[in-house]
Ligand binder design. Structure first.
Ligand code: B1M
Length: 214
């Protein structure tokens, strides 16, 4: 089956087509990894490029991510150890006191589409819960999101908790969300900050040294 067709369905946000294509392809024994590497990642990479170039805006990114997810839900359970490790395990969540999750979900979906293994802790996540998830030795990146100025201190608190648990040498911390900026990121000594979901994917790759996007 033509992997390029699925990449285009993702690019154009055709979630019904993407799901149908995937079910049929898997029935025809197309390799799950080929679907990810040959269609979902290139499709979402192109979405990122178009967003960066101003051709796509948030709605197009959201519907593309939905199409990617519609395919991924059939592919993910079939991935085996033989398919090799993901490019990195990422823990993501909205910090304690904050229930906003639309942007965080978008970041999470795009990271998955880019090949990361994502553990999404949800919303209102305590520093302790982030630490617990980060203690898994496979975790390479912790992503902290918030939309409220009142919960920005919880980002700082979570970074401190990761420091106190002596986990920072083995992993990176990325922060994001509307009130967060580079000054804040530097103040709390996080490793990086991204303004939107495509930028978060690029930053995640660069923080983990897993290749550049063009
Ligand atoms: Co709330 N809310 N809200 N809200 N809400 C805002 C954020 C607010 C700016 C509205 C306003 O007053 N103009 C304001 C915050 C003010 C401030 O603190 N400066 C606000 C407030 C005050 C509140 C309540 C306190 C209201 C109340 O109850 N009095 C309350 C808080 C509840 C709580 O969390 N404890 C509340 C509640 C809600 C709803 C539940 C109704 C709903 C959330 C639904 C949900 O998320 N499931 C909601 C919504 C929808 C919004 C607005 C309208 C939209 C947010 C959104 O989803 N944007 C928002 C106003 C606005 O932004 N226009 C507002 C779309 C989303 C795709 O963008 O989340 O920015 P965003 O994510 C982007 C980037 O920020 C970035 O990438 C994303 C995708 O490109 N990004 C990251 C996000 N996380 C990242 C992490 C990264 C990297 C990038 O790396 C780790």
């Amino acid at each position: 089956m033509d992997l390029d067709a699925l990449a285009k369905m993702v690019l154009h946000g055709d979630h019904i087509g993407a799901e149908q294509w995937t079910v049929e392809a898997l029935a025809e024994t197309v390799e799950p990894k080929a679907i990810i590497d040959g269609a979902l990642i290139p499709g979402m990479d192109e979405v990122g490029r178009r967003f960066k170039g101003g051709e796509y805006h948030l709605p197009e990114v959201l519907i593309a991510a939905r199409a990617m997810k519609a395919s991924l839900k059939h592919v993910r359970p079939l991935l085996s150890e033989a398919d090799g490790p993901s490019i990195g395990r990422v823990v993501i969540g909205t910090v304690q006191g904050d229930l906003h999750d639309i942007g965080k979900n978008l970041v999470s979906m795009m990271l998955e589409g880019a090949g990361f293994e994502v553990l999404d802790l949800g919303v209102d996540v305590s520093p302790e819960a982030f630490v617990e998830a980060a203690e898994d030795e496979d975790t390479r990146l912790v992503c902290l999101s918030t939309l409220l100025t009142t919960t920005m201190p919880k980002i700082a608190e979570t970074v401190k908790a990761l420091d106190a648990a002596e986990l920072r040498s083995g992993l990176k911390v990325m922060v994001g969300g509307a009130p967060v900026d580079q000054v804040f990121t530097d103040q709390i000594k996080a490793d990086g900050y991204a303004t939107d979901a495509p930028a978060a994917v690029e930053l995640a790759k660069s923080l983990l040294g897993v290749g550049e996007t063009s």
